[in-house]
Design a protein around this ligand. Sequence first.
Ligand code: FAD
Length: 435
Amino acid sequence: CFCQLSGKIDECTCNIDTVDHFNNVKIYPRLSSLLVKDYFRFYKVNLKRPCPFWSDDNSKCAMRYCHVESCREDEVPPGIKGDNGMARRNVDMNASEKYTREANEDCEAEMLYYLNKTISEEAQKELVKWDAYDDALDNFCDIDENDHEAEYVDLLLNPERYTGYAGPAAHKIWSAIYLENCFRPKRSLSFNPYIQSGKLSELCLEERVFYRVISGLHASINTHLCANYLLSNANGMSFTDPRGKWGPNLDEFQRRFSPENTNSEGPNWLRNLYFIYLVELRALAKVAPYLEEEEYYTGNDASDWDTQMAIKDLLNVIKQFPDHFDESTMFRNSEQAERLKYEFKQHFRNITRIMDCVGCEKCRLWGKLQTQGLGTALKILFSGKFDEMIQNRRLYAHNKKEFQLQRIEIVSLVNAFGRLSTSIYKLDDFRQMMR
Ligand code: FAD
């Protein structure tokens, strides 16, 4: 079976079998129960932003299954609505007292407090602007939690699945991602946006990594739509029937990934799915000390406690994984490492902007969430801010603010990893079906 992959995962020392077992037995079940918790299921997103690259009204998706239902105001837990750090502290008195105590212990915080009281309002605004600017420099995507047009979406009510978004509009997005934003083999004069795996050796490590994460994401999205397909033909229902039955479609999976249909590339794309999984897994392991301390505040103590326990349990398992992706091999041994890192970041930012051009609303929602999650993983791995945290937990305790991730980053990172974990799990289902 072409999807019975084996051997080492490219650029890593880890075997496919190891990941399969680890994911399907340990990670997937834990993530499945974590991601239904309130903290993770409500995602704030602006789906109305215009495409910054081209105007193309034809790409709209008119099918009802593309539509995203956003939440009513009263459906979102109060702690989440007010949650951007400062606002949360105002909502919860206990939490506020705790933060004040911590600040008093920290002389740096005291100085800041003093400064804030004495400098003019204008200067304060300037400081906030520069803080935001510094943070933005580390980001691999544009994140604006205070975007007034953004709305909360309940991810559980809008699952990622087959929508029928296809043809030139979908191809335009994928080719823009590959052609305009991925590094190309220098000697390639071909205008085909999709790199043949055989040509990857012409790229340097960082460029290969970039290509593999994008291709892995693409493979994951396409695996989901095959695993969650509208089985209209099977039960005689029309495509738009609300009682539609959803389930795996093996023919669709074979069409998309078998070597015969994909010029032998399908299995390589699936291998890239394992690669991006390892990249995000490593980011989670690296940021684990931070995530273990988070409060996952929604305003409901019992549910927040459950979430804290569930994430600690997940992180404990992740930390035990034997063969993590080693990001320290990247952006070094080269005089141009800094330039390369800068380009890497810019290319990736463009990809997150391209998501505003996706015509199908549901694809746009999940495309945004997954690219944002991947962007957060890249920030954790390559911004340098999280490196010392792992080596020195005490240092982290003192500079907690330095490592602050926004709620939206945590939600997108864990959900994006959940999508990859589901893809690998579903791949096993397809293997069984083929047998
Ligand atoms: P595409 O998947 O459109 O691929 C185009 C070309 O890319 C292929 O011909 C092949 O040469 C190459 N290619 C394919 N896979 C890979 C890979 N893994 N690595 C490298 N190259 C590859 N559809 C849904 O039904 N539900 C969704 O939720 C959904 N979300 C989407 C999100 C985004 C951001 C985008 C851009 C599209 C989404 N789509 C979704 C559409 C879906 O991904 C396909 O584009 C669509 O089903 C058409 O598939 P296709 O067979 O024509 O090839």
